[in-house]
Ligand binder design. Structure first.
Ligand code: SF4
Ligand code: SF4
Length: 432
């Protein structure tokens, strides 16, 4: 796509498609207006007039100042690290605690955490409580007791309009009938970490004896009711670069939503090149499913759907994710961090269960505008990338990580072209 002033554009058949990247708005220039548009491109017609005429037709909300949005935001999602320990030994895991440093969250924290969430969350809205680890089901007893207590305290607090969603990110191996029934009862969203078919999953997801864990994961899956919100989370490494194969296999296992994300520490430059080609095939398949009326399978491609939502609703994101602004992670020791990936990094310890206040001074550095993003086509939908990746790979929270940007831009351009082809019927099916 070409960039011109405030938009990116491309031509297809008899039309030009323009995408105003700072407004997250896409328009089509039809044959009647093509001449005018060419005059604008060639400097014959006044650009400012053209721009203001087009922009008038948009319903645009003023973009908030990052710092102000940051201060007024209240967390809506709380991640609870139930344990730093795991029953598996996946090769890419960032939790590599030695066996003598294993911690399970203390039962004495139950009331404090419940209190902390009730006090610090946005009491007007829905909140999400996400249990993770290590392997959170090692602390299943804690999870149950916590939910009992939390719900009682919430009831007593007289807070109305508070919807609570529970979710869990698990390797699935420990799921049995009792656990599956409880997760169903509490309407959990279950996110299972699995990387594709048996062979690719077993390359990196191993048990303590070094054997592939695929069959153990499937053993846990068989207890889960088909009507539950069941997601697969694929970690992309050098051994499962074929996104489409991963997707097709997991869809055939009954996952209704599949998200794939890169572990950049396991990918080299050549892998990224292959990955870009594979993203192309993946998005072509999405198109095929959509245009052949196989909407359910298309809807299971979670990353594509999320991006289409962002384009459709035209919201301009200020931050890439909710870290600090909408999300807090509570570590196994009761310390608070911007998200789960920062746990145990003292530079980003922003509070503790014993203090009600969050140390916003420490977080304020994330409110900077990123120079690299100013002209980027993903300005409104990515807004700076993952803080953790920026920090790890660039040593700078505020400097976008090149490999991630390459992938994001590629996916965005292709998804935008798909979006521009959607009919009203498609839009109703996807966005309603
Ligand atoms: S893709 Fe990279 S440059 Fe573009 S908005 Fe995201 S972080 Fe910034
Ligand atoms: S900083 Fe990165 S890892 Fe943390 S929530 Fe944001 S996107 Fe996820």
């Amino acid at each position: 796509m070409e960039k011109f002033r405030d938009f990116y554009y491309y031509q297809e058949e008899d039309f030009y498609y323009l995408y105003f990247y700072k407004l997250n708005k896409s328009i089509k220039i039809d044959s009647e207006n093509i001449e005018l548009f060419n005059d604008v491109l060639n400097g014959i017609k006044c650009y400012d007039e053209f721009y203001s005429d087009i922009v008038k037709s948009f319903n645009i909300k003023e973009r908030e100042i990052k710092e102000e949005a940051f201060i007024k935001n209240k967390p809506k999602a709380f991640l609870l690290e139930i344990t730093n320990s795991c029953n598996l030994r996946c090769k890419y895991c960032y939790k590599d605690e030695p066996d003598n440093n294993i911690k399970i969250i203390n039962f004495n924290y139950i009331e404090k955490i419940a209190n902390y969430i009730i006090k610090n969350s946005d009491y007007q809205s829905q909140i999400n409580i996400i249990f993770f680890g290590g392997e959170p089901l090692l602390g299943f007893k804690f999870i149950k007791e916590f939910i009992n207590k939390f719900e009682l305290m919430l009831e007593k607090s007289n807070i109305i309009n508070k919807n609570v969603n529970y979710s869990i990110t698990t390797n699935g191996v420990l799921i049995n009938k009792e656990i599956a029934d409880y997760l169903k009862l509490k309407n959990f969203t279950i996110q299972i970490s699995i990387d594709g078919d048996e062979q690719v999953t077993n390359f990196k997801r191993l048990n303590k004896l070094g054997q592939g864990a695929y069959n153990d994961i499937l053993n846990g899956l068989k207890f889960i009711d088909k009507n539950i919100n069941l997601l697969a989370r694929v970690t992309i490494t050098d051994t499962n670069l074929n996104l489409l194969d991963n997707f097709k296999h997991l869809y055939s296992l009954g996952f209704c939503s599949i998200a794939q994300s890169e572990a950049f520490n396991m990918l080299n430059y050549e892998n990224i090149e292959i990955l870009l080609k594979n993203y192309d095939d993946y998005l072509e398949y999405f198109k095929e499913m959509l245009f052949n009326d196989n909407i359910y399978e298309a809807l299971a491609m979670r990353d594509v759907i999320i991006l289409l939502y962002k384009i459709h609703y035209g919201e301009v994101q200020l931050f890439n994710c909710g870290a600090v602004t909408n999300l807090l992670a509570i570590g196994v020791n009761g310390d608070i961090y911007p998200c789960q990936r920062f746990i145990n990094n003292n530079n980003y310890n922003i509070g503790n269960l014993n203090k009600s206040e969050i140390d916003y001074k420490k977080c304020i550095s994330i409110c900077k505008e990123f120079k690299e993003c100013e002209n980027c086509i993903c300005y409104s939908t990515c807004a700076g990338g993952c803080f953790f990746n920026n920090e790890i790979y660039n040593n700078d929270l505020n400097k976008p990580f090149y490999a991630d940007c390459m992938i994001k831009k590629f996916i965005f351009e292709k998804s935008l072209k798909i979006y521009n082809k959607l009919t009203d019927i498609h839009k109703r099916k996807i966005f309603n």
